[in-house]
Design a protein around this ligand. Structure first.
Ligand code: 2P0
Length: 329
């Protein structure tokens, strides 16, 4: 009763920002992301026959409190699913998880970690592979994780059901669809962010007067984005991604208290993208709930864009391209 799974993180081009159900992690709107290869998190789950406390080790350290509780809640759902499938409920679990990219990259590892955990735990419990069930499970660990079970371009369908069974990540195009696409993460700040995504989005939903407009617009933008990715139109995908990042952050700025994830260096990189485009470089930004911008470009302009990030004070630049599905071993 042991399995290992490896998953890539993802970056949303139309972002998820706000829950309609906090417990089940159901979003107010659909979102669309691309997985970031070659970065990955590998998670091993081993279930034992006896009962007892689960042991969770993350990057070599025993997880505690909230971090451990989120992993344990996913294991609990797997035991329940195994019982419902007529299998003997697995006992206590040993979970070990490690990322191959430094936390200093400023990239959230939780999407990859919970996608790998969901797949490894289900396989270890003897449940058959089922990407939809895996995505629904990953979502309940961390929302964005439901978009990391499959590779390439994945849409998290908002869904309408109260039980969340129709709210999962669905692959639209696999990693091989757009091999020329590059996503460069510029590490402009190492400071720990003051407000976690989970708290920031809760506060935005509760207090930003722009929230309803955000949710409505994001739903429409997801629909607009699909044909642009289908035809690999970097300019159109880049423009839409930039404006969606602006709109997410504008909605957060309008919360009470205001929520600003940008640092001065972040804004300077964002503005540099516009200047570079005037010089003929195809580059657009997106920005998650943190200060480090992710630049969309092509293989042709990759070196030039990396140099510009470094010139704007990025201590490191992580170069990515679309990654594949979760791999089980
Ligand atoms: C996203 N983010 O779509 C958005 C954009 C951050 C900004 O998903 O509370 O760690 O575990 O569901 O998934 C980060 O939030 O939050 C996130 P929970 P999660 O990628």
């Amino acid at each position: 009763m042991k399995a290992t799974a490896r998953a890539h993180p993802n970056i949303a081009l139309v972002k998820y920002w706000g829950k309609r159900d906090e417990r089940l992690i159901l979003p107010h709107q659909s979102s669309l992301s691309v997985t970031l290869g070659p970065l990955s998190v590998t998670t091993t789950v081993e279930f034992h026959a006896q009962r007892g406390d689960d042991v969770v080790q993350i990057n070599g350290t025993l997880a505690r409190d909230g971090e451990r509780a989120r992993v344990v809640s996913v294991l609990k759902l797997v035991r329940r699913e195994a019982r419902a499938a007529g299998r003997r409920a697995p006992g206590l679990a040993h979970v070990t998880s490690a990322g191959d990219f430094p936390a200093a990259a400023g990239l959230a590892s939780s999407a990859a970690a919970f996608a790998a955990l969901a797949v490894a735990a289900r396989v270890a419990a003897g449940l058959p592979r089922d990407v939809r069930a895996e995505s629904v499970l990953a979502r309940q660990g961390s929302g964005s994780a439901c978009r990391s079970v499959q590779g390439g371009f994945v849409r998290w369908n908002r869904g309408a059901r109260a039980d969340g069974r129709d709210s999962y990540g669905e692959q639209l195009f696999d990693a091989g669809h757009w091999p020329d696409l590059r996503l460069l993460v510029g590490m402009v700040s190492r400071e720990e962010k003051e407000v976690k995504s989970r708290d920031g989005m809760r506060n935005t939903v509760a207090t930003s007067p722009y929230y309803p407009a955000w949710a409505k617009d994001a739903e429409v933008e997801v629909k607009r984005l699909v044909p642009l990715i289908r035809r690999r139109d970097l300019e159109a995908v880049g423009e839409l991604s930039e404006r969606n990042a602006w709109r997410m952050h504008a909605t957060a700025f309008a919360a009470r208290p205001p929520l600003c994830y940008l640092k001065p260096e972040t804004l300077s990189v964002m503005q540099a993208c516009g200047r570079l485009r005037k010089q003929g470089v195809g580059v657009w930004f997106t920005l998650d709930a943190g200060p480090n911008p992710v630049l969309l470009t092509s293989a042709r302009d990759e070196a030039r864009v990396a140099a510009v990030l470094e010139g704007h004070g990025a201590a490191s630049v992580v170069r990515c391209s679309p990654g594949g599905d979760v791999v089980v071993s």
